[in-house]
Design a protein around this ligand. Structure first.
Ligand code: DGY
Length: 324
């Protein structure tokens, strides 16, 4: 029997996924869950046939230059793959896969969680109560903003944005507008109950809530910069479950300080796990530690999807989720 492919798994994964990996491959698991860092990743590239990596492993061109390299596949645990220099991977003949679809619902749920939390001041209310500051019900206490009937502006209209649109429009009675350079067919938009806008700026000017759903690319870096944040309606809210560097955090702090925005709800940050300290001091900001796909069911499904890609690769079959 030929040797089983060596797969370095860069972080702890849910138990069913680790068992599946161990059944199928010579899996090198990361039992103590410490990030490998650049040197550990280089060593993995030299010693393994594939890496099952995560969105926090920075596989830069420099790291991918590890010699002599044995690895031929980077199976990313995550739909986003901005942690990998995919052009450098392609040039070096490395294949890359990701895990789309399986995290769509969980991430859309979290976008709605953030939207409701920031609109209804849920984080602030919880802090207030835990601090023992609550003196009892009163008609004017901690009033938030109704979401039904308001306009949600989606930046991007991919899988997750569509799932958000469905929930917001059909579930919460919101009007949904969007901008995507590659918009869905009109019949898809009609079924979702969403209205396209030619220009991103139109969405920013019109919406009460903006939710970001674009990938992190050089073009979308700081898409929400000072100028675009200035276009938002006074009293608008910004929600980000996409990637941190789509938002210029310094400009966001300025806009919040100037009360040009009513609030922001963020699951992702420019310099994770660091968070711009000013954000942590603002009551009208909801902050979560990158939990978009963090349900037991979804993380198992993501792992199984990554395992599928590794399995197909070593059987010589086309990757299910080929990035390059
Ligand atoms: C992804 O998959 O890109 C998420 O950010 C991590 O779940």
């Amino acid at each position: 029997m030929s040797a089983r492919p060596v797969v370095v798994v860069t972080r702890r994964l849910p138990e069913p996924v680790e068992s599946e990996l161990a059944r199928n491959f010579d899996a090198r698991l990361n039992r103590d869950d410490r990030p490998l860092g650049p040197d550990g990743l280089r060593e993995a590239l030299r010693s393994a046939d594939a890496l099952l990596c995560t969105v926090t492993d920075k596989l830069t061109a420099d790291v991918l230059d590890a010699e002599p390299r044995r690895a031929r596949l980077l199976a990313n645990f995550g739909v986003g793959f901005n942690n990998i220099d995919v052009e450098a991977a392609r040039e070096r003949g490395l294949s890359v896969s990701n895990t789309p679809d399986v995290l769509t619902d969980a991430t859309a749920d979290l976008a709605l969680t953030l939207l409701l939390m920031v609109a209804r001041r849920a984080g602030e209310g919880e802090r207030h109560l835990r601090a023992g500051a609550w003196t009892g019900w009163r008609p004017t206490h901690m009033l938030g903003t109704q979401v039904s009937g308001k306009t949600l502006g989606l930046v991007g209209m991919g899988r997750i944005a569509r799932a958000v649109a469905r929930r917001a429009h059909h579930g919460f009675g919101m009007r949904v507008i969007f901008h995507d350079p590659y918009p869905p067919a009109p019949e898809v938009a009609a079924e979702l109950g969403v209205e396209p806008r030619e220009e991103l700026e139109q969405v920013l000017r019109e919406a009460d809530f903006i939710s970001l759903h674009c990938p992190a690319t050089p073009e979308t870096r700081h898409l929400m910069n000072r100028e675009r944040l200035a276009l938002l309606r006074p009293g608008a809210y910004l929600i980000n479950t996409a990637r941190g560097d789509v938002v210029d955090e310094a400009a966001l702090v300025e806009a919040l300080r100037a009360k040009r925005l009513a609030g922001a709800a963020l699951d992702v940050f420019e310099r994770e796990p660091q968070v711009t300290p000013a954000l942590c001091t603002m009551e009208n900001v909801v902050l979560l530690p990158h939990l978009g796909s963090a349900t037991q069911e979804t993380r198992v499904a993501m792992g199984m999807r990554a395992v599928d890609n590794v399995r197909l690769f070593f059987k010589g079959e086309p990757l299910r989720d080929r990035v390059v």
